[in-house]
Design a protein around this ligand. Structure first.
Ligand SMILES: [Cu+2]
Length: 352
């Protein structure tokens, strides 16, 4: 029904425009070409100003209605993200000022300098000075913006502070795998042929001693508020992208070529829930690279917590080595042993 109505309205609008055009054609024949062109000119001049005013009002209204719904209004959730926002604001302010001035002049001049019998147009062919000015100013401005951008880029992708924790992030069709280096703070080596979806999703080489305390988790990554986190990013299949919109960072996950970036979360997930007034708020890792038919569902969660909560969570994690080889797990052997002693004792009591 709505579709039918929409088609009917579009058809009606078309008929109205067609009739107006036809009518104005007859009028111009009656009035004469010259007079009708002058009248059209006036109308167009007025429409230019109307478009300018309505356009600016439209920008203001849209901004008022939607700005608060954008992530920009929420503020960045990382120290690095604040630098990104700062760059964005500087760019928006500069381009915004240029936009307003140029659009105002464009439409106002179209009105002001419309055809007039009292005025002769001025022929203006070329001015080297003017060309130089309007080439040099944007070039210098863009260079300054690019220098800021590069400085920040080298900062995010460079070496993090010494107290940074390191998490390895591996993308796969369609999800995220996180690896923590464990107590020794060193990742064990890995080899893609060792990948086993059930017990060794990133292909850790178990013979490497550093690998035996590595911890693997999927979909949810825990990090600590105020502590820098370095991400070592890779992929198991195609190119993915670690998109951290709340932290204002993103980095491609490329098979075979590790990429890195680091950030310092500023607010815990709980604090963000209060800040955004959204009890369901969660920091999200979205895959920002079209990577296959399940791309839309490739979402991970980052839990930003205080140090104590992180320590509690970490204490509950079992090294992946013991998941792959349960018989080598000392806690399982102990529990097993305890059960055995218990049953021997029981048997002895029964015999007595
Ligand atoms: Cu992906």
């Amino acid at each position: 029904m709505t579709l039918f109505l929409s088609i009917a309205i579009i058809a009606l609008i078309y008929v109205v425009i067609f009739q107006i055009a036809k009518a104005s054609e007859y009028v111009s024949i009656l009035k004469g070409e010259e007079a009708s062109r002058k009248q059209n000119n006036k109308i167009n001049g007025f429409l230019m100003v109307a478009f300018l005013v309505l356009g600016f009002i439209g920008i203001y209204v849209c901004n008022k209605a939607y700005y608060s719904k954008t992530l920009l209004a929420q503020g960045a959730a990382s120290v690095q993200g604040e630098k990104v926002d700062q760059m964005l604001w500087i760019t928006l302010i500069i381009t915004g000022i240029v936009f307003v001035i140029t659009q105002f002049l464009l439409f106002w001049f179209a009105y002001k300098y419309q055809e007039s019998d009292n005025r002769k147009s001025f022929f203006f062919a070329h001015s080297t000075k003017l060309e130089l000015i309007w080439t040099a100013i944007p070039a210098i401005t863009l260079t300054v913006l690019v220098i800021f951008g590069l400085r920040n880029w080298f900062f995010f992708t460079g070496e993090p502070p010494k107290n940074a924790m390191v998490v390895e992030v591996t993308g796969k069709q369609f999800g995220w795998i996180f690896r923590y280096p464990g107590k020794d703070a060193i990742f064990g080596k890995k080899y893609y042929k060792n990948i086993d979806p059930a017990t060794n999703s990133v292909g850790i080489i178990w013979d490497d001693n550093y690998s035996q305390d590595d911890i693997l988790t999927e979909q949810t990554m825990y990090v600590v508020k105020g502590q820098p986190v370095k991400l070592i990013i890779g992929s198991r299949d195609v190119v993915h992208d670690v998109g951290l919109t709340h932290f204002r960072l993103k980095m491609d996950a490329v098979p075979g070529i590790p990429t890195t970036m680091w950030f310092t979360p500023k607010y815990t997930t709980k604090e963000m829930r209060e800040k955004t007034n959204n009890p369901n708020f969660a920091y999200e890792i979205s895959c920002d690279q079209m990577c296959g038919n399940g791309h839309y569902s490739m979402k991970g969660i980052i839990e930003v917590v205080e140090q104590e909560e992180y320590d509690l969570w970490m204490a509950k994690q079992k090294p992946q080595y013991f998941v792959a080889f349960p018989e080598k797990d000392p806690s399982a052997v102990k529990a097993d042993g305890a059960a055995k002693t218990d049953s021997t004792a029981k048997a002895a009591t029964a015999k007595m």
